[in-house]
Design a protein around this ligand. Sequence first.
Ligand code: AMP
Ligand code: ZN
Length: 113
Amino acid sequence: MENCLFCKILSGEIPSQKVYENDYVYAFRDINPQAPVHVLVIPKKHLASLDDTDNASDRDLAECLRAVRLIASRENLANGYRVVSNCGPDACQSVHHLHFHIIGGRKMEEKMA
Ligand code: AMP
Ligand code: ZN
């Protein structure tokens, strides 16, 4: 997808700090971390958000969540972590390629929003 920041990260046009990759997903460190661990997991297929998953295979979606668990384990988040996917303007989604934030390494706020 032209002009998509995360597609450019996938193609290597924009550099990223890779954390994990398989045939379906790519994960990298957020450039502006909100916690000691802040990783973004994205499907390799361009999907704009969770509202755009009609075009996704179950595998595309399931692999994102499996990657979350694997990365949380590798990043030593045994004490817990938060997973967020901002979808649309009310959620302040700023990059329109589906992504899951994995945030951890410290105690989160009880209030989520
Ligand atoms: P969202 O606001 O949910 O759409 O999240 C987009 C996330 O992408 C933000 O947390 C940004 O800090 C992050 N981000 C933007 N550009 C880059 C980049 N070049 N490399 C890594 N993370 C990025
Ligand atoms: Zn994209």
